[in-house]
Write a protein that binds this ligand. Structure first.
Ligand code: BGC
Length: 760
């Protein structure tokens, strides 16, 4: 029996109008007018494809990691085996190479590597097609020594500052391309709605609006509207789709996501990324509802190509075509797996070590099981990006760009990003800022290692090689020492993450100081090695804080962690708690700046911080989840973050009380800084749909803006909302706006809005 729909005929009208609005805006944003340049590129690609043999085409669809081509790696300097490279590029015609063969390299070494690769590709192959080299510059150009390594994305999510994000993205693009690498496997657009997941820190948080706004800003900043410019790179939205919520909490395990939820949340950042013009897409290693995404024409064709109108090329994740038969068991052998993936819509395989994909695909084409049309389609999309990148004219690195890698100006932006990420979760009796003329004890496993401020994707995959970290950057301990004078700072580590070292020693040292700063959190990790079975912070760290609390000294906790570890049992022990996330190379400095009042904290939680290891609910929960405090009792809510200033919101108002399709609504709020310190505030605007045919979320974030307000001043903050800000995914799994009552919330204030029934 068909579902009964609220509003029936009238509602259908709004639905159609809504689609019209969406289609028009999609058309404007992603349907690029065929510019002369684009038409020229299309002609060049067609001409080239027409000359290619099937081996050359299938080769272009093959991506191999750098490792098999590496010959020597002395003291971090890599040289390549020219013969192996020739085999890959000239004989096997590979189109792409990735990764760093183990660890970060100097920009000069990178330039040599890329030059050697492009020399062979452009001078020794029949058609001279350049290689497109790809790398994970996840939080800065993290595989280039001395590059600017920013806070991880989760911390950028906390800054609420899109302009700052754009600057970090531009610097990352510049430094990546300075090495000669034109393709960045970022942004990560999964939503951190499963806090156990080891890749939470690579995301912008749990909310689809923030991830959409940040992802799109990142893409625009890195691609700059023209990826042929030597300061820009091609971006890669990933991991499409639904990777971030494994039911088990462990990386690369199944997600179960109803289509409505998929569209309501998970698809939105990818849609925004396509509108922002991302030219490549990497696929979710795992599965949704039992279907590995690498094998799904529904996700890779119908949704990605037909609905989102993605025009770039799709790359598999690491070994994930192989995984279709070795791990996922949806194919009986490699041949079936390759056929399934290529026919589903994978254009390039990150194989990554050998030519098994290439050989198998050639066999499939020869047997007529994969039509030439499909191969041509994939190769066309790959080559288009190579032409767009200008690689045919300029395949080589620009040597002089090396000088500006890791510049002082970039370090300043980095410090600013780390400072703005700092999120003050608790500050009892204004414990913070601490006075600089006091003595402190610094303790805890996170206090004195740069690697812990950065974690994975830093200099190595796991980010754990402390020796590679720059000598001139400060750990938290060092930065505090520089501020207070070493004689005023005592350091007793107390514990590692897993073992107690000397808790009594830390307690003794606490007797002689004015305050205790305990730096706790997580070891370095990345991807599957970061799996955990319990979200609770490890016992030795909890023991350390509990023991220190008995001293009666003021206790300040600094959380250095990539996901929200449960700390319920020590929250009351602490007088102040600062969430530093993974704040990057300038993170030690930023932490010290906030603790001692040189910087006023302004970050807000990009996820709901759970109180219990089994109690995960996101901020946009349903009413049934919200009414019972035992059901929804986070440690701190999404969007929480204190300041040393006091911000008071007044006079929330809007210029319309009713909204119709195509109309916009202006919302204003006055924010007053009732303190004697200038400060920054992220003003967040939420919308609630009070009654809807699909149980509505209690609220949805629709806008945010970070503003700086001087002491004692007021500022009016304006937002413009549109029709689609009232939409949700309805019973037909399509976006709709239903007539009825809405509420707009900013801070504690709210104002009503009605969507009238359309006249017939
Ligand atoms: C990760 C991707 C990454 C790729 C290449 C995979 O293991 O899932 O995010 O881009 O490796 O390094």
């Amino acid at each position: 029996m068909p579902e009964r729909k609220k509003g029936n005929g009238a509602m259908r009208v709004w639905t159609l109008l809504f689609f019209a609005v969406v289609l028009v805006s999609l058309g404007c944003a992603s349907g690029p007018k065929q510019t002369k340049e684009a038409a020229k590129i299309d002609r060049q690609v067609r001409r080239l494809v027409a000359q290619m043999t099937v081996e050359e085409k299938v080769g272009q669809m093959t991506q191999i990691t750098l490792q098999p081509f590496a010959k020597e790696d002395k003291d971090g300097v890599l040289t390549l085996d020219a013969e192996k490279l020739r085999e890959g590029i000239v004989e096997r015609h590979i189109g792409s190479i990735l990764n760093c063969a183990g660890q970060a390299r100097t920009v000069e070494n990178w330039q040599e590597i890329i030059t050697q690769i492009q020399d062979i590709a452009t001078k020794e192959t029949r058609l001279g097609i350049p290689i497109v080299y790809g790398i994970d510059s996840i939080h800065g150009a993290n595989y280039i020594l001395d590059a600017t390594i920013f806070p991880q994305n989760i911390a950028i999510g906390a800054t609420g500052n899109l302009d700052l994000l754009a600057k970090t993205a531009e610097i990352t693009a510049y430094e990546t391309r300075a090495a000669g690498i034109p393709w960045n496997f970022n942004p990560v657009l999964g939503l951190a709605r499963q806090p156990m997941w080891s890749r939470v820190y690579e995301t912008y948080g749990e909310d689809a609006y923030i991830a959409s706004a940040m992802g799109a800003t990142y893409i625009r900043a890195q691609q700059g509207g023209d990826i042929s410019k030597v300061t820009n790179v091609a971006t890669c939205m990933k991991h499409y789709l639904g990777y971030s919520v494994p039911r088990s909490g462990r990386d690369r395990t199944p997600a179960y996501i109803p289509e409505r939820e998929l569209r309501q949340h998970f698809l939105r950042p990818f849609a925004a990324a396509v509108r922002a013009g991302t030219v490549t897409c990497m696929v979710n290693s795992s599965e949704i509802n039992g279907v590995p995404v690498h094998s799904s024409p529904f996700y890779l064709r119908k949704v990605l190509r037909d609905e989102l109108q993605f025009k770039g090329f799709v790359v598999s994740d690491w070994a994930d075509i192989e995984n279709l038969y070795t791990r996922e068991k949806v194919a009986k052998d490699r041949r079936e797996a390759v056929k399934l993936a290529v026919m589903a819509g994978i254009d390039m395989s990150m194989v990554p070590y050998d030519y098994s994909f290439t050989d198998t695909l050639l066999e499939l084409v020869a047997a007529g099981e994969v039509p030439m049309k499909r191969i041509d389609e994939a190769v066309t999309d790959i080559l288009r990006v190579k032409f767009m990148l200008g690689l045919f004219e300029r395949p080589y690195p620009v040597e002089s760009m090396a000088y500006d890698v890791g510049s002082e100006a970039s370090a300043k932006v980095n410090l600013q990003a780390a400072r703005e990420a700092m999120t003050l979760l608790k500050n009892e009796a204004q414990t913070l800022p601490l006075s600089k003329d006091r003595k402190v004890l610094v303790t805890g496993p996170s206090a004195n290692k740069l690697s812990l401020l950065n974690s994975g994707w830093t200099l190595t995959w796991q980010g754990d090689n402390e020796e590679l970290y720059p000598a001139d950057k400060h750990t938290i301990l060092e930065a505090i020492g520089a501020k207070l004078g070493a004689e005023n700072v005592t350091y007793v580590q107390g514990t590692t993450f897993d073992e107690t070292i000397d808790i009594p020693g830390a307690v003794r040292a606490a007797q002689d100081v004015d305050a205790v700063i305990a730096c706790i959190g997580e070891p370095t990790y990345c991807e599957t090695p970061g799996n955990i079975t319990d979200l609770t912070l490890t016992a030795p760290q909890l023991d350390l804080v509990e023991a220190l609390a008995e001293t009666g000294k003021p206790i300040v906790l600094v959380l250095v962690e990539g996901r929200p570890r449960v700390i319920r049992t020590i929250v009351d022990d602490a007088d102040a708690i600062l969430h530093a996330y993974l704040p990057g190379m300038e993170g030690g400095q930023a932490v010290a700046d906030v603790l001692f009042g040189d910087v006023n904290p302004s970050g807000k939680l990009p996820y709901t911080y759970p109180r219990f290891a089994g109690g995960f609910t996101t901020y946009d929960q349903k009413v049934s989840e919200a009414v019972d405090p035992n059901t929804f009792a986070p440690q701190w809510p999404f969007g929480h973050g204190l300041s040393y200033s006091k911000f008071v919101y007044h006079g929330l108002r809007s210029d319309k009380s009713k909204l119709k399709p195509g109309e916009t609504l202006n919302v204003m709020i006055d924010v007053e800084n009732q303190s004697d310190r200038p400060g920054k505030e992220i003003v967040q605007l939420y919308v609630s749909d009070l009654v809807a045919s699909v149980t509505p979320a209690v609220k949805q974030l629709r806008r945010f803006k970070k503003v700086q307000i001087q002491a004692g001043q007021r500022q009016t903050v304006r937002f413009t909302l549109g029709w689609d800000d009232l939409a949700f995914i309805g019973r037909e799994n399509k976006p709709i706006v239903e007539p009825g009552e809405f509420e707009i919330h900013v801070g504690e204030l709210s104002v009503g809005l009605a969507v009238p029934k359309p006249k017939r």
